[in-house]
Design a binder for this molecule. Sequence first.
Ligand code: BDR
Ligand code: CA
Length: 303
Amino acid sequence: MRVVLDMDPGIDDAVALLLALNNPKVEVSAITTVSGNVNLKKGTTNALRLVEALSRKVPVYMGASRPAHGKNPPRAESVHGRDGLGDAGLPMPRRSAEKVSAVDMMVDMLKSSKRKEISLVATGPLTNVAALAEREPTLIRKLDRIFVMGGLYDSAVRGNVTEYSEFNFFSDAESADNVLGMSGKEFPAITAAGLDVTSHAACVVDGRSLSMICGIESKAAVLACKMLKLPVLTYSYFNLHDVFALFALTNPEIFATETCSVRVAPSGNFRGRCTVTSGGGNVHICRKVNPIKFNQLVLDGLR
Ligand code: BDR
Ligand code: CA
């Protein structure tokens, strides 16, 4: 499966990237970066650091340096460390990002690809994806599927920015609404893993699972071990939110999904809050996950 990863690394983005690069069934054609957990420059540097640490040559393209709408985006360096990768001292990259922008690259890639040849896994704010959809509403239909980490679909669960909102959707709520609101058969189906599922208590990395990761002798596991130490030591656990979006592509059998329509409140007190209408639509919300299989896939995937 050919995939473009759109991300804001971030430790959970980073673990998703390591798992994707380590998976022989996944061909990562490109990485695009977006302002989110850290600023665009840092996130882009981080993507390059990880690709080089695994001795790979996947090209990295810079996307939006700020949300399409709204100023002062929130950052998450208190969780991910000052460098966004757990301040683990990963070497700085020798390569730079490509000269072409993320959206220009996606346009070129889609023009030269077959219909449904490429999927997109988006684990940061949806600024780049919305910009692509706005600029090339016909071309984006050539994507097979879009997998998103973002939103909150169970009102019993609190958000991680406001009571109602998850970080990625809060950060650029209008772009999230534009992407999730794409409807109709001709658009690629969207699978969304929201905070209510990605925060599943049995899927966190805690001291015990960190020791298991640190006991694996692969390059990917050594990197994950180094990056995860800071948040696990600070908070006693760490959520692998973004890994859920990758697994929704590679291992859909571990999820129970529901087909819905989703709109996202673009601004105001409820900014980023999702309104879900069940009974058809273009968004497949991950409602449940099998935590045993999830954890096993993380360990096997890093091995
Ligand atoms: C999301 O926000 C970021 O902190 C994580 O990387 C994840 O994409 C969780 O709300
Ligand atoms: Ca992310």
